[in-house]
Design a protein around this ligand. Structure first.
Ligand code: ADP
Ligand code: MG
Length: 160
């Protein structure tokens, strides 16, 4: 079993979500996988936009709800941004997602729990919960290295 480490990042407003995304973008490497869940409007796409900017993706990052997967060329790393809300697990399996997960870039999956069986074992899981106007409670679970270490680092930055 891989080591797991869970923390909570309390975002008082959008800038706190952006700060989290920018921090993680600075740590990302080829093969990094971020598995996002949480209600509609919780901020999965907003987080992804800030992360994309953090790895040097120019221009606008939209929700890939209808396209399922969008690829971006970041200055630091490519980004594979997925939204699997409209896919069944067997349909997602047909897409050969391992080419992305174990590829040269970073993969962010919105609604990742819908395809949990297809996700790589080691990943950073994030559950974004809407807790009021602009407040969000982001539960972050690092599974395996380096993700567990990232969580320990985030604790030093104010996560609980
Ligand atoms: N703390 C916050 N973190 C992220 N988004 C926030 C926050 N506060 C307000 N928002 C707003 O909430 C919305 C989140 O939408 P979006 O990222 O598309 O959600 P999702 O992809 O989870 O459905 C955006 O309009 C964003 O500006
Ligand atoms: Mg979204």
């Amino acid at each position: 079993m891989s080591e797991t480490f869970e923390i909570i990042w309390d975002a008082a407003d959008e800038s706190d979500t952006v700060r989290l995304a920018e921090t993680l973008a600075g740590w990302a490497a080829p093969g990094t996988v971020l598995a996002l869940d949480g209600d509609l409007g919780a901020g999965k796409t907003r987080f992804s936009q800030a992360f994309a900017k953090g790895i040097g993706v120019p221009g606008v990052v939209n929700s890939p709800t209808f396209t399922i997967i969008k690829e971006y060329k970041g200055a630091q790393l490519p980004l594979y941004h997925m939204d699997v809300y409209r896919l069944s697990e067997p349909e997602a399996d047909e897409l050969g997602l391992d080419d992305y997960f174990f590829g040269d870039g970073v993969t962010i999956v919105e609604w990742a729990s819908l395809i949990e069986a297809l996700l790589p074992p080691d990943r950073l899981q994030m559950y974004l919960a809407h807790t009021g106007g602009e407040t969000r409670r982001i539960t972050i679970t690092g599974i395996g290295e380096p993700y567990a270490a990232w969580c320990r680092q985030l604790q030093g930055m104010g996560a609980r």
